[in-house]
Design a protein around this ligand. Sequence first.
Ligand code: ZN
Length: 503
Amino acid sequence: MSAEKKLAELKSRLLEIADLNGAASVLGWDQLTYMPPGGAAARGRQMATLAKLAQEKFIDPAIGRLLDDLRPYEESLPYEDDDASLIRVARRDYERATRVPPEFMARLNVHMSEAYMAWAEARPANDFKKVQPYLEKTLDLSRELANFFPGYEHIADPLIDYADYGMKAASVRKLFAELRAAQVPIVQAITAQEPADDSCLRKHFPEAAQMAFCEEVVRQIGYDFQRGRIDKTHHPFTTSFSVGDVRITTRVREDYLGECLFSNIHEAGHAMYEQGVDMKYDGTPLAGGTSAGVHESQSRLWENIVGRSLGFWEYFFPKLQQTFPEQLKGVSLETFYRAVNKVERSLIRTDADEVTYNLHVMLRFEFELAMLEGTLAVRDLPEAWRERFRADIGILPPDDRDGCLQDVHWFGGVIGGAFQGYTLGNVLGAQFYAAALQAHPEIPDEMKQGKFDTLHRWLIENIYRHGRKFTAPELVKRVTGGDISIEPYIAYLKAKYGQLYRL
Ligand code: ZN
């Protein structure tokens, strides 16, 4: 068989797997939006069946043989070539999937669903003791999983690879240490001042009008409704069935305008990344975002750097006032801008503002490393959490419910690699945006006129269309000419918040 035929055979097998995964995503989306409660048991089974079929098809030794046979062909092509990239990324996924025995994955999945159920009861009851044995077993299993990938520098490295391929515990730790040193003083300087008044966001805003406004905002920034739609859910997420169908979900609070608005822009950022992937990669391993960090860089760039900027609201605030004339009567643009950029010390990561957010993430990342290294025992986690939280964020969590039990991540997945992507996203978002500004200094002025296409097109051209072709470090190198750096992010924070507060 010629290389061309072998490649066609590989692509056709991978397409079947993409189809099974796409179908499972439709079921998952339905489960979290419209499915009646009675559908739960069958739906769980249906999704597990599809996942099993996809997994069996993927770890088929025939795929391994095709990948081996195609190596000379791949090596004859430039690194950036589409075929070479498809083979390279498929091989990386294949090696990762086949290193871990199915017996272990089954054990892990059973444990994770038990741990999740224990957490769902323990969190409202503020009962860390209830989840402690589950978390201890999760830690053991996380180590076991890492050890299927020997040769690592740090035991967290293989786990970080799952979300942020190419990043290492040591490099993330170094980056975060720099970030913490630069960011803690900014938080301290701001929180020592009078907090912004955000009462203009906390009135009654009827749901239908909020939804209509949010839809208009995301349409205008570039989310394509011909290839997507918005539905309601409990915890907003984005899901992709194909490049031609990338959906976002949202929730509305009638007593708080910020919820629906900013979570929509956030999810639209994730979705525009997936919609922007070159259509020719659809149904291949190259479709989709390249890493958790780069994905989050797009949601945070659109939500914060664009969606919480003064220029953005110069354009949208008069429209928002037309939508809610009573609620926003007499509210100035300046007051509204300060309100959507309110900074405060808070307990919950997902509610944190953009200045304090990274501090929430970095302490979780450090705890993951410490638990995996064995320097922090699971039973000591609540106390360690309280201490570090007080040192970094300046308040003492009153209980574990809003302390170490607040996030689902360690109870629905392994310990290691779960959190760094959020902060890498903030850092990368600012770095990419700075590069876009360098190429197109007119972007901020265009935003004041409600034009976002120069920025959107730059992001498609430099980031989105490549899908998974380049790793995050490769992408940063191509886009900025250098390595990942906190400088643009810190410069952004200082410029923006220096104008909002005295720094
Ligand atoms: Zn996100």
